[in-house]
Design a protein around this ligand. Structure first.
Ligand code: NAG
Ligand code: NAG
Ligand code: NAG
Ligand code: NAG
Ligand code: NAG
Ligand code: NAG
Ligand code: NAG
Ligand code: NAG
Ligand code: ZN
Length: 437
């Protein structure tokens, strides 16, 4: 007689490793339930790079006249073409893009300096080969072609472009000093959408940590659909795909600091209240404080591409903003190092009075995506002719989920209004008042 067993087997396996981002605040993730689906893997098409298929689908909301909106569409096609001729995409990438006023006529509005913002709109927690689970952007997860994978959402990337900016488009007369090349901004934002960006950020004032998130299954009584963390939820810091390769300039992986930071939670109740009340008294607090200072010291963080062992081959990240600049610090390349190089694209600050073609024309390397940026994306898992067999993490099989592991739920940040306004501009391309040297 096994009267109760069927009750257990009838309860569905909930796959709890999927998240959607708030389009206006891309670091604010919400759990979504996702079923595992099985599909026939498509062949890795090494010829795609030379075919005229951009593999991008765009849904564009454009609040301008037809003339401008057509130019926006053409720039999108060009950006998609540049990406598709650099990397071999084997699954279509879907973009929800808007070309709208960020200021809506409000004079001196602080968003007047934001050219655009973009980020992955959907994330999936995957198992990496270093015994760590990290959040991967859906656009990249799709490229891995897992035969069985969590169901995807309709959009991979959210992008917004500020129509208040004096943009220059390819068919316009020569660019004026005050104009910004729309293609430059578009390409920069698409690269963020593909996963260029770090989880390390100032989530808590004066501290830099990976994204704090909550494991909803750590409590015996959990409600996956509740928007509020449960009393026994376990907070932890989670990295993104990019962070697997982030190093301090001495070569030490920043993931080793994440391990140190997460030690705060071992042997404790792990409730949000414990975290809120006691983190500032811990050793880990001073580590996070130190990371905040490192993040404001030039040339102190880098991305180490695959196959490299020498930190001098790495991509230097942006750590020269003082104070720390949410959305710009860390998640861009160092402005000074890459100013006059073919890897200028992911600097935090766009350049006026010049076009991506003028900038790339000055370097022998052609497309706007420079060699180190290309290597960075390949290291994260994008295929190219130079990288036909990229690294691939594994799917977390939901049937292996226990009530105390593998799933996370975002930590609800308690931010004051000022911070919310700044954090909204996460992964943005800024105009800064002064060109930096
Ligand atoms: C985060 O997203 C949730 C759900 O979309 C929303 O209710 C909440 O206001 C957002 N919080 C912030 C700080 O943006
Ligand atoms: C490639 O596709 C674009 C639009 O999708 C089209 O305008 C262009 O003519 C095509 N080029 C070739 C060589 O077929
Ligand atoms: C479209 O809008 C632009 C910018 O506001 C303006 O310069 C242009 O004259 C408009 N074109 C048409 C056909 O209305
Ligand atoms: C694209 O995103 C915007 C912002 O969230 C939303 O208002 C719009 O409905 C989305 N478009 C589509 C077609 O889903
Ligand atoms: C960019 O704009 C500033 C003024 O805002 C101007 O001084 C500078 O010359 C412009 N740069 C270029 C390359 O035109
Ligand atoms: C490298 O630098 C980091 C940050 O300053 C430090 O925590 C780490 O101990 C250093 N590693 C070595 C091997 O010196
Ligand atoms: C970059 O090039 C410009 C013009 O060629 C030059 O004025 C500037 O000093 C260079 N900057 C760096 C950091 O090399
Ligand atoms: C490109 O090179 C030319 C000639 O050396 C120089 O005058 C121009 O300023 C450079 N353009 C940019 C955007 O650096
Ligand atoms: Zn950016």
């Amino acid at each position: 007689m096994i009267p109760f067993v069927f009750i257990l087997t009838l309860s569905p396996i909930i796959s709890a490793q999927c998240f959607v981002a708030d389009p206006y605040n891309p670091r604010n993730l919400t759990h979504r339930n996702c079923d595992m689906i099985t599909e026939q893997p498509k062949k890795n098409n090494l010829n795609a790079a030379i075919k005229n298929d951009t593999m991008f689908d765009i849904t564009l909301t454009c609040n301008a006249n037809d003339t401008i909106c057509n130019k926006v569409k053409i720039a999108f096609d060009t950006a998609a073409q540049i990406i598709s001729s650099t990397f071999i995409l084997n699954s279509r990438i879907s973009l929800n893009a808007s070309f709208i006023s960020f200021c809506n006529g409000v004079p001196n509005c602080r968003n007047a300096i934001v050219l655009g913002q973009a980020a992955p709109s959907s994330w999936i927690l995957l198992q990496d080969d270093d015994n760590t689970q990290r959040l991967y952007p859906q656009a990249l997860v799709k490229q891995f072609q897992f035969p069985t994978h969590p169901a995807y959402t309709s959009y991979d990337i959210f992008a917004m472009f500020n129509s208040d900016i004096p943009y220059w488009f390819a068919s316009d007369p020569p660019i004026r000093p005050d104009q910004y090349d729309f293609l430059y901004v578009m390409l920069h934002e698409l690269i963020h959408g593909l996963g260029f960006g770090s989880s390390w950020e100032e989530y808590l004032p004066g501290l830099v940590t990976p994204m704090p998130a909550i494991n909803p299954l750590s409590s015996t009584k959990f409600d996956l659909y509740s928007s509020d963390p449960q009393a026994n939820d376990k907070v932890k810091f989670y990295e993104w795909a990019f962070d697997k390769y982030m190093i301090f300039i001495n070569g030490t992986k920043t993931s080793s600091l994440t391990i140190q930071l997460n030690k705060f939670f071992s042997g404790r109740s792990g409730t949000q209240a414990d975290f809120d009340n006691n983190f500032d008294k811990s050793n880990q607090y001073s580590l996070a404080r130190n990371m905040y200072l490192i993040s404001q010291t030039p040339n102190s963080l880098a991305f180490m591409p695959q196959g490299s062992t020498n930190p001098s081959d790495s991509l230097i990240l942006e750590t020269s903003f003082r104070p720390f600049r949410q959305g710009s610090s860390i998640s861009h390349v160092d402005a000074a190092t890459y100013m006059n190089t073919s890897d200028f694209l992911m600097r935090a600050q766009a350049r006026n009075g010049t076009t991506i073609n003028m900038l790339t024309g000055n370097f022998s390397y052609g497309s706007g995506i420079g060699p180190i940026l290309k290597k960075t994306m390949e290291t994260m898992g994008y295929t190219s002719l130079d990288n036909p067999n990229p690294y691939r993490p594994s799917i977390i099989d939901p049937s292996t989920l226990t009530s105390s592991s593998n799933t996370i739920k975002p930590y609800r940040l308690r931010l004051d209004i000022g911070l919310i306004i700044t954090i909204i501009t996460t992964l943005v391309l800024y105009i800064l008042p002064k060109e930096m040297a």
